[in-house]
Design a protein around this ligand. Structure first.
Ligand code: 6PG
Length: 477
């Protein structure tokens, strides 16, 4: 037998992806470092399709039709390099290695370049949707060569999620690291979405005085409107879940320290390198770190706060409506920032990423799937060179309609002492873009004063310096 595709690394993501290929009619070669996993997969799911279990790297490679398609589903980092080292010598020009892990795009660029010298196509593919997505249809963000996509595209389209209009949630994102860059940014946006939802929850609890069950209902209602999305839906589920052991809301018995595996942090690190302001995403990453600093939080309990004001029932309901407006406005801004980062990455690395297509393949399968993404696709279709999502008229109009409530919510949060870092940062970004004059002029003056760093003027071209220590005349620099 020859298999059309092979999967090595059969932990839950790899296993589910292999089953997905098999269920879609492909013959799938299987390989894992420890053969027990391979056998287990065949024992339990062998009847779902055609599997070719193999034990050694040689057997695995021999089981694949040529050009070979070899999907690597191991932990990102050193294990990926180890797998490449093991398999690359066994491959031939034209073969493809597809890395479906959450690799750093710089690693993907390095691996792609190295394997290209050997004539092997290395495809860094972002895959989103968790275990369930891997099995039933993920959103897939492949990078790599055109040639590899011509061979892989139809297969990936078959196993991917389908958007409401039936379109497969996969596209050739761009060369080398483009796919993993886009997946990284997806996760950064995911962090921001989750943080904004978290802030909304905290406000409904601490300002509106709602119970977890009541808040679940609020999210359920929001999910029928413009915020309709997977993350809002699961938020309602998590909030309405009751802990069996204590009978308390589940959310009240979970330790409030958020963990992270790194993709959100990378999004911010890369944004800093590219000079792209992603303040909403950054605050989401920082909020997770703050939550984990137990000693700091313990030591700060004595810090003074305002006296809380309880809202009446009607006031609370009105406030909840305002929070929906704030959440939506902040969401538009954090997506604006994430899409800016992808545009900047695309320009920096010559990837030519179609941002409208990216939004389109995020409509199904992935963690940030949402009705909202259709709108982003349409905005880029109408104007492919859209400088910013906020330049799109319809988004600008929606924010205009939401802004009074958005400001009220953040003001209330500040007055009541409820932390809303991502709400506040996204509003500050919005107001910064709107501002006719920013205090950056003063910053330039200070820099010129203490370091002769020079400045430009509003009224004529050139670079200038003021002799601050002398008679304060201005000189050309
Ligand atoms: C996805 C998820 C997936 C994973 C994240 C979680 O798109 O399917 O984003 O990639 O669940 O890595 O990230 P943290 O552990 O950093 O929250």
């Amino acid at each position: 037998t020859t298999a059309q595709i092979g999967v090595t690394g059969l932990a839950v993501m790899g296993r589910n992806l292999a089953r997905n290929f098999a269920r879609n009619g492909y013959t799938v070669a299987l390989h894992n470092r420890t053969a027990a996993r391979t056998r287990e997969l065949v024992d339990r799911f062998g009847d779902e399709g055609d599997f070719v279990p193999t034990e050694t790297a040689k057997e695995f490679v021999a089981a694949l039709e040529r050009p070979r398609r070899l999907v690597v589903m191991v932990k990102a980092g050193d294990p990926t390099d180890a797998v490449i080292k093991e398999f690359a010598p066994l491959l031939e020009p034209g073969d493809m290695i597809i890395d479906g892990g959450n690799a750093h795009f710089a690693d993907t660029r390095r691996r792609e370049k190295q394997l290209r010298e050997q004539g092997i196509h290395f495809v860094g593919a972002g895959i989103s949707g968790g275990e369930e997505g891997a099995l039933n249809g993920p959103s897939i963000m492949p990078g790599g060569s055109e040639e590899s996509y011509a061979s892989l595209g139809p297969m990936l389209a078959k196993i991917s999620a389908k958007a409401k209009d039936g379109a497969p949630c996969v596209t050739h994102v761009g060369p080398d690291g483009a796919g993993h860059f886009v997946k990284m940014t997806h996760n950064g946006i995911e962090y921001a979405d989750m943080q904004l939802i978290g802030e909304a929850y905290q406000l409904l609890r601490d300002v509106a005085g709602y119970s977890a069950a009541q808040i679940a209902d609020v999210f359920r209602t929001w999910n029928t409107g413009r915020l309709d999305s997977y993350l809002i839906e699961i938020t309602a589920e998590v909030l309405s879940h009751v802990d069996e052991a204590t009978g308390k809301p589940f959310v009240d018995v979970v330790l409030d320290q958020a963990e992270q595996k790194g993709t959100g942090r990378w999004t911010v690190q890369i944004a800093l390198d590219l000079g792209v302001p992603v303040s909403g995403i950054a605050e989401a990453v920082f909020a997770r770190s703050v939550s984990g600093h137990t000693a700091l939080r313990e030591a700060s309990r004595h810090l003074a706060g305002p006296t809380a004001r309880k809202l009446g029932e009607e006031e609370a309901a009105a406030f909840a409506d305002q929070v929906e407006q704030a959440l939506y406005a902040s969401k538009i801004v954090s997506y604006t920032q994430g899409f800016h980062e992808m545009a900047a990455g695309s320009a920096e690395y010559d990837w030519n990423i179609d941002l409208g297509k990216v939004a389109a393949i995020w409509r199904g399968g992935c963690i940030i799937r949402a009705a909202f993404l259709d709108r982003i696709t349409r905005a880029y279709e109408a104007q492919p060179q859209l400088p910013s999502l906020l330049s799109d008229k319809s988004f600008a109009e929606e924010i205009a309609a939401a802004q009074d409530d958005w400001r009220d919510v953040i003001a209330t949060a500040a007055r009541q002492g409820v932390p809303t870092p991502a709400f506040a940062a996204t509003l500050a970004y919005y107001d910064s873009l709107r501002a006719e004059r920013l205090p950056a002029a003063l910053t330039q003056g200070q820099r010129d004063y203490f370091g002769a760093h020079t400045y430009r003027r509003t009224d004529r071209d050139g670079v200038f310096h003021t002799l601050w220590g002398g008679d304060k005349t201005e000189v050309d620099s």
